[in-house]
Design a protein around this ligand. Structure first.
Ligand SMILES: Cc1cc2nc3c(=O)[nH]c(=O)nc-3n(C[C@H](O)[C@H](O)[C@H](O)COP(=O)(O)OP(=O)(O)OC[C@H]3O[C@@H](n4cnc5c(N)ncnc54)[C@H](O)[C@@H]3O)c2cc1C
Length: 306
C-alpha cells in the first residue's frame, strides 16, 4: 500500500486571529477553487497572510483577475516560499511584502472592511505602537499545510514531529511493513518534481515488497543537526542502496557546507551558495557510504567562515 493523501490547509482557527467573523475570509485554496471551478472572484481589495508559494501565486492570480492585492503579510523575518516566486509573482506586479509582520485584528461587521497589521519581535509577539490599518474587503489565509494523516494514525503508523508525516526509510517504507508513503502526506513539498522522485521510489519499493524482494535491513536514524529543521527520510536501511536525504534549513544562510556524518566520520558533503527554509534541499548518500554506516546519521549545515 502506498499512502499519497497529500495535505490540507491551516484555517483561521489554527492560527487564532482575533477580530470579527465577517464574510470575506478564505483560505487560498478555497479562493482558488472558487475561481477555477465556479469562475467567481472572492474579492476586489485583498490582503494575503503568509508568504509561502501558494500565497504568492494567489497574489499574482488575483491581480491578473482584476483584484488589487494590498499586501502580503509574513510573520517570519524572511520569505517562506521560493525566491523565484517572489520575483515572478510579487516584484513583477509591484505587490508589497511585509516581512516580520502579522495581522492582529480583522474589522467589518457583515463583510471584512480592513485588517490591522503590526510588526513582531524575535519572539513573534506584536510590537506595541506598530499597528497599521489596511483597507480591504477580503483576507486570504495561506498559513501552511498539514499532511493528511488520519488514515496513517488509524493504522498505527508512527509520525515524525518534524514533518508531521510518517517516519520512513529511503525506500519510503513506513514503520508498518509493506506500507509506503510519498508526497505531501510525508512532508510538505514546494516542487512537484521532488514529489515525483519520492513517488517513483515508493512505487518501485512497493513492487519489490510485493515480489518478496525488498530486504529487511538494520535501520539507523537520521538526525537534524546544526542549521537543519528536519530530515526526510528519518531512517536509513543499511544495505548498499543509495539514499537521498531531503531536508529544510532553520534560517537563510549563504556559502554553506552541507555534511552528513556518523560515528566513523563524514559520509557525504556538498557546498551551496545560498539556502533558505522555503526551498527544500537534498543530499545524496552514495550506496558505498550507506553500506559503511556505523550509527545514526547527523546532517548539518554550516556557513563557511568569512
Ligand atoms: C496552490 C498551489 C500551487 C502549487 N504550485 C506548484 C508549482 O507551481 N510547481 C510545483 O512544482 N509544485 C507546485 N505545488 C506543489 C504540488 O502541487 C504538490 O507538492 C503536489 O501536488 C503534491 O502531490 P501529492 O500527490 O502528494 O498530493 P496531492 O496532489 O494533494 O494529491 C493527494 C490526493 O489524495 C486525495 N485524498 C486524500 N485523502 C484521501 C482519502 N482518504 N481517500 C482517497 N483520496 C484521498 C486528495 O483528494 C488528493 O487528490 C503547488 C501546490 C499548491 C497547493
Amino acid at each position: 500500500m502506498v499512502l499519497a493523501m497529500g495535505c490540507r490547509e491551516k484555517t483561521r482557527g489554527a492560527i487564532k486571529i482575533p477580530g470579527t467573523r465577517a464574510a470575506g475570509i478564505y483560505t487560498a485554496g478555497t479562493a482558488q477553487r472558487m475561481l477555477n471551478i465556479k469562475g467567481e472572484l472572492v474579492g476586489r481589495k485583498i490582503v494575503i497572510l503568509g508568504s509561502g508559494d501558494i500565497g504568492m501565486i494567489m497574489a499574482r492570480r488575483m491581480t491578473l483577475e482584476g483584484a488589487k492585492v494590498q499586501a502580503i503579510v509574513e510573520i517570519l523575518p524572511y520569505l517562506a516560499g521560493l525566491t523565484r516566486n517572489k520575483v515572478q509573482c510579487l516584484d513583477d506586479f509591484g505587490i508589497p511584502l511585509k516581512l516580520g509582520h502579522t495581522i492582529i485584528d480583522i474589522s467589518g461587521v457583515n463583510r471584512v472592511e480592513g485588517v490591522t497589521v503590526c510588526a513582531v519581535d524575535e519572539d513573534r509577539a506584536p510590537v506595541p505602537g506598530s499597528g497599521e490599518y489596511i483597507d480591504c474587503d477580503t483576507l486570504l489565509l495561506s498559513v501552511g499545510l498539514i499532511p493528511e494523516n488520519e488514515l496513517s494514525v488509524g493504522a498505527g503508523i508512527g509520525l515524525s514531529a518534524g514533518t508531521r508525516g510518517p517516519v520512513v526509510d529511503q525506500f519510503m517504507e513506513t514503520g508498518l511493513r509493506g506500507v509506503f508513503a510519498c508526497g505531501n502526506v510525508l512532508h510538505v513539498n514546494d516542487l512537484v518534481d521532488n514529489v515525483t522522485r519520492e513517488s517513483e521510489i515508493a512505487g518501485k519499493s512497493a513492487a519489490l515488497f510485493a515480489a518478496g524482494r525488498l530486504p529487511e535491513l538494520r535501520h539507523v536514524n537520521t538526525i537534524a543537526g546544526e542549521g537543519v529543521s528536519y530530515v526526510c527520510p528519518q531512517q536509513i536501511a543499511c544495505g548498499q542502496q543509495e539514499a537521498q536525504l531531503f531536508f529544510r534549513v532553520c534560517r537563510p544562510m549563504s556559502q554553506v557546507t552541507i555534511s552528513a556524518y556518523c560515528n566513523s566520520g563524514e559520509i557525504a558533503f556538498r557546498k551551496a551558495v545560498r539556502v533558505s527554509p522555503g526551498e527544500m534541499e537534498k543530499l545524496a548518500l552514495p550506496g558505498k557510504a550507506v553500506g559503511a554506516i556505523d550509527g545514526d546519521i547527523t546532517l548539518q549545515v554550516r556557513e563557511e567562515q568569512k
